[in-house]
Each structure stands twice: as structure tokens, then as C-alpha cells.
Design a protein around this ligand. Structure first.
Ligand SMILES: [Zn+2]
Length: 290
């Protein structure tokens, strides 16, 4: 409970900081847009006066640097793949990344990768993962935001998020982050499958005990015992047992479904029917993105 409330406190704080930051930037941009070529505006007009709290004018809001930034803002996309556990989010995100060149950021993979880095955060994450403990929203958001910025700095045109946002507060933090960085609004794509289908897929899929690859159920893979990539032993993950799956779906209904509503209300949500062949779903998603 203490950890939970601490986490909540941090997320709220981070959110407020992001909101404040993006609010300030927006204000500056808006006030400049009102008076093109007359940046200082009229003396005494509060809408054109930089706030005292802003301190020195940020460099990227001047001249060419600003134009560059706006150009970058237009060019960087965030695609969010949503859907019930078992909807095939990872598969679709990977296919989409291959086609678009956007970077696929799967929360699980990113955390595992980040845990290998020899610094404080890496060590902290490694400990949590090794002990099978819950990784806090604070850490997840830090790591994902870091990865988004890195993708942008390395010249990627966008990122595809799979596994985040998982709850409303993560969704709000993500929006604040994107605004603060002057990135475009995200596009959320919900890959829709029924509860029943989710239960079937999760309880029948297998996972490699060595590399973590998941093998979806099909007639072809039903008798598979070893991972096709690393020859590791295939197992049913403990959290893919039916009672755990039902619990996960309940949590999904309670938390992640709110994320879908969040994007729907903002007009940033697209729906795709998920109980079809992977290739068909991929084509639909691709047409929504391009
Ligand atoms: Zn494997």
C-alpha cells in the first residue's frame, strides 16, 4: 500500500511537471503566433509578454531553430497498439515497425534491455525482474520516455508502443510527455478481440523459457516442444493459467479499458477487428497509419 501511494504521488508530480512545462511552451508559441514578426508584442499585453517564471527564452523558440523543431514535431509519430491480453499487440507492432521503419517499443523488452545497462536504474530494474516483482509506473514511464527520445534523436520517424499505456495515469503522463517534447498527438489502435477469444489464446499459447518468445496457438504449433529460434524449452507461463488469465482480463477491464475511452474521447482512437488472420489485421493497421 505504501509503495502504491508513493507511486501515485510520483506519477501525479511527474504529470504536473509535464503539464506545467507543456503549458508554458504552448503559451510562448501561441503568443508568438499572434504577432508574427513582432515577437515582443505590446508592452503590458499579458498575452504577448513572456512570463517572469519562464526565465531565459528557450533557444529552440528562436528563428530557424524553432522552425526546425516544428518540422520535427510534425514528423514524429507515436502509434499505440491497444487490446486485450492475447490480442496480438506484439505481433502487430513488430509487423508495423518493419513496414514503417518506426521503432517498436515493447514495454517488456525495453525493461529487460534497460536492466542490462550498468547504472543505478539498470540495477534497480534487474533486481525487480529477477525477484519477479512489480515494476512501478515511475520506472516504466522513465524508461519508455527515454527510449522515445532516443528513437527521435536517432532519426526515427516514429515509435510504436506495445504494452503502454496500461492505465489512465500512464496515458495522461504519456500525453503530457509528448506535448512537452512537441511531438504529435499519438494515434491509438485498438485490436479488438472478445474475452472468450483472449482466454482461449492465452491459455493455449506457449512461451520459450530461455528467450521469452511467445508461440501463439495453432494446429501447426500445438505439438511444438522447443523454441524455433533458440531451442529453449517451451512452457505455459504461470500467468497464462486460466485462473490468472481471468484475473488479468478483469484488471484489463478495470484499467486498460479506461485508456481506450481516454483516446476515444480525444478523437485519437481507431478500432480494428482482431479475430482475423494476422496479415489482414496488419493491412488494416497499416492503412490507418499511412
Ligand atoms: Zn527461445
Amino acid at each position: 500500500m505504501i509503495v502504491d501511494s508513493l507511486r501515485l504521488k510520483f506519477v501525479k508530480k511527474a504529470l504536473m511537471a509535464h503539464k506545467l512545462m507543456s503549458h508554458r511552451r504552448r503559451n510562448v508559441i501561441l503568443s508568438e503566433a499572434k504577432n508574427p514578426g513582432e515577437r515582443c508584442g505590446k508592452v503590458g499585453d499579458p498575452s504577448t509578454q513572456p512570463s517572469k517564471f519562464l526565465g531565459p527564452k528557450p533557444k529552440n523558440l528562436d528563428g530557424l531553430a524553432q522552425d526546425d523543431h516544428i518540422k520535427n514535431m510534425v514528423n514524429f509519430k507515436t502509434i499505440i497498439i491497444l487490446g486485450r491480453p492475447g490480442a496480438g499487440k506484439g505481433t502487430q507492432a513488430a509487423l508495423l515497425a518493419e513496414k514503417t521503419g518506426f521503432r517498436h517499443l515493447s514495454t517488456g523488452d525495453i525493461l529487460r534491455k534497460r536492466a542490462k545497462r550498468q547504472d543505478n536504474l539498470g540495477a534497480k530494474i534487474k533486481k525487480l525482474i529477477d525477484e519477479g516483482k512489480f515494476v512501478s509506473d515511475e520506472i516504466i514511464l522513465n524508461v519508455i520516455f527515454e527510449a522515445i527520445k532516443k528513437a527521435f534523436q536517432e532519426g526515427k520517424k516514429g515509435v510504436i508502443l506495445d504494452g503502454l499505456p496500461r492505465n489512465l495515469s500512464q496515458a495522461e503522463s504519456l500525453s503530457s510527455f509528448l506535448k512537452a517534447e512537441n511531438f504529435e498527438n499519438p494515434l491509438a489502435i485498438n485490436v479488438n478481440i472478445s474475452n472468450q477469444e483472449a482466454i482461449f489464446r492465452l491459455t493455449n499459447r506457449k512461451t520459450c523459457s530461455r528467450c521469452g518468445k511467445t508461440i501463439p496457438y495453432s494446429e501447426k504449433t500445438a505439438d511444438l516442444k522447443k523454441c524455433p529460434e533458440c531451442k529453449g524449452k517451451l512452457i505455459t507461463r504461470p500467468d497464462d493459467r486460466e485462473e490468472v488469465v481471468r484475473e488479468r482480463l478483469k484488471i484489463y477491464e478495470e484499467e486498460t479499458a479506461l485508456v481506450i475511452d481516454f483516446y476515444k474521447e480525444k478523437g485519437l482512437l481507431k478500432e480494428v477487428e482482431g479475430e482475423r488472420p494476422i496479415e489482414e489485421i496488419h493491412r488494416d493497421i497499416l492503412s490507418l497509419v499511412s
